[in-house]
Design a protein around this ligand. Sequence first.
Ligand code: HEC
Length: 143
Amino acid sequence: MKKALILSVMVIFSLFAVSSAFAGAAKCPQPRKTKAAPGSIAKKDMTAKADAANGKKLYNKTAKPMACKMCHGEAGDGGGKLGKALKPAPRNFACSATMKKVSAGQMFHIIKNGSKGTGMAKQKLSDKEIWDVVKYIRTTFVK
Ligand code: HEC
């Protein structure tokens, strides 16, 4: 009797552990609602001279209206606290199957202008700050 009880408690705990492991990261491959940037902007890439350390600060703390990690997650996997409630879900930057279609210029364009019909608002950042955060994301999460 006691054994059965211990066993069922263990089963419940392991189910819980499995489901909470899945609750974080967004799907991969991930459907994309965001539209393509104009070709000339999509091909632009100014990350060579950008400052990834400043990008990290923006991503995790100082970006306006809100730190990117609130939705995209500290691990860049789309698992941020606020992101869970959003449909479509925030981009999972760690998902290479989806990110191979997303260029640095595409990211710049969406961060600057927002993505209509999604929770991705245009950010109040200077062009330099946007390239900094694009560099941080691409060098840290995108494989
Ligand atoms: C309120 C939640 C939220 C915040 C805060 C947020 N995002 Fe997003 N982001 C989203 C959602 C939702 C999408 C759209 C996903 C889709 O296209 O299906 C998105 C899309 C994007 C894309 C589009 C990539 C593509 O597929 O073309 C980029 C790049 C991006 N976000 C970067 C950022 C950066 C950088 C910040 C911080 C400066 C930020 N986001 C803050 C929710 C958020």
